[in-house]
Design a protein around this ligand. Sequence first.
Ligand code: BEZ
Length: 252
Amino acid sequence: MGSIQEWNAEQYAKNARFVSDLGQAVLDLLNPQPGERILDLGCGDGALTERLVAAGANVVGVDSSADMVRAAKDRGLDARVVDGYTLEFDSEFDAVFSNAAMHWMKRDPDAVVAGVYRAIKPGGRFVAEMGGHGCVAAITVALCATLQEGGLSNPADLIPWYFPTPDEYQARLEAAGFVIEHIALIPRPTPLPTGMRGWLDTFAIPFTTTLPEYKRGEFLDEVTEKLRPVLCDSNGRWTADYMRLRFLARQQ
Ligand code: BEZ
């Protein structure tokens, strides 16, 4: 949402289905009830939105990617192209839910939190999971180091993700008026079904677009080889160094 990452629903389904498959813990924290009206912020292709609907909730999914929203609509969902920084809902939802989306909203996290607060009815809840402090640290260092070796002077400026600590994010939520009922940083080494190259092809676009197209494959090969000793096991299976920030905050 609102980042220079480009989304392709078909590629996402192939390389990143694990993102929604691993969403059970945050769904359990939300505990959606039949008849509740829920906003799914950063709904992507709607894989988890569909599960909220299956629980009997009345769900609106929003995402900044038109391609993802088209894929969510193909599932029969109420999905809309909306920028996460400019949510315009007003006390409409019993809950706002978000999985693996808010780390892409790096430019102005307070605007996101303020829009969520406005969208929720008094007493309603905000339940979310996003990347947390230290998430994909090895992958990020490998991407930045390889760009630096190629002559780019400030590669860290390209990092598109916001991975806060629990303390930092709790302070933002409280400043907006939320009361925190639960917040935790959870290490979650994440197996990559299509390997490191599948992950990089899907999620590292803000880094690769700085290079001419003919250099991108070689760049990703170099990044992959830097990571092999630490994230690939002796059977050739890759695991990404994910950290999750999961919380339940309540509107007052
Ligand atoms: C995620 O979808 O959870 C994710 C994406 C990019 C970097 C780290 C995590």
